[in-house]
Design a protein around this ligand. Structure first.
Ligand code: SAH
Length: 215
């Protein structure tokens, strides 16, 4: 798509910066990842709009602001190993891949995982591993992780994810009902875990052993 850089730039200046996204590395990543590559055919033109969008299988790609807010909360410096639950389109994965060393991403729906892998490969993003499975139990083979991001709504903070978070480490996760959640920022430091709320949000349900039983 022609001229997407201009749309991405405008997205950053009108949707992200005025709402308090101030981490320049996050803003730069949001400018440089082609969001239109992660949406279905015919939807490219509206990919940079201020909203979530359907990506098939009843799932959605999050609103740009939510992607930026969650990424900023992770406080990435570049040398982190990040676990992501809910690959979806792979867009959030691509943003993380620019800002961290390695991203391990889990998606429960094979069709979405396959498509995300292809999109990421097509963009030359290679510091990402995508697995099909239940992310609520984490990915013990590569644990512990410096950062964990969950992009689906959970009833609680899954115990397995808390265990697989490094000390020091940060996890962001929407916690609440299936219809509405609060974005929680979980910080592990000096052997202690603290959780603070960071505003309301709406995500599709996290379905798995330590999440919801069904959608
Ligand atoms: N971050 C994505 C949006 C994800 S939507 C993006 O940028 O496009 C949430 C995704 O979480 C959906 O694709 C859904 O299938 C997935 N999901 C739900 N429960 C899951 C689980 N237990 N493990 C892994 N993925 C899960």
């Amino acid at each position: 798509m022609q001229d997407w850089e201009r749309l991405a730039e405008r997205m950053v200046e009108t949707q992200l910066r005025p709402r308090g996204i101030a981490d320049e590395r996050v803003l730069e990543a949001m400018k440089s990842v082609p969001r239109h590559a992660f949406v279905g055919p015919g939807m490219e033109q509206s990919a940079y709009g201020d909203h979530a969008m359907p990506i098939g299988e009843g799932q959605t790609i999050s609103q740009p602001y939510m992607v930026a807010l969650m990424t900023q909360a992770l406080e990435l410096h570049g040398d982190e190993r990040v676990l992501e639950i809910g690959t979806g389109s792979g867009y959030q994965t691509a943003i993380l891949a620019r800002l961290a060393e390695q991203v391990f991403s889990i998606e429960r729906m094979r069709a979405l995982a396959d498509r995300a892998r292809r999109t990421l490969e097509g963009l030359g993003i290679s510091n990402v591993a995508v697995m099909v499975g239940d992310g609520t139990v984490g990915w013990s083979e590569y644990a512990p992780f410096d950062r964990i991001i969950v992009t689906a709504g959970s009833p609680t903070v899954p115990e397995s994810l808390l265990e697989q978070l490094k000390d020091p480490g940060v996890m962001v996760i929407p916690v609440g009902t299936q219809g509405m959640q609060e974005l929680k920022v979980v910080v592990k430091e000096h052997g202690r875990t603290t959780i603070r709320g960071s505003g309301g949000c709406v995500f599709v349900p996290l379905v798995g052993r330590e999440g919801w039983e069904t959608e």
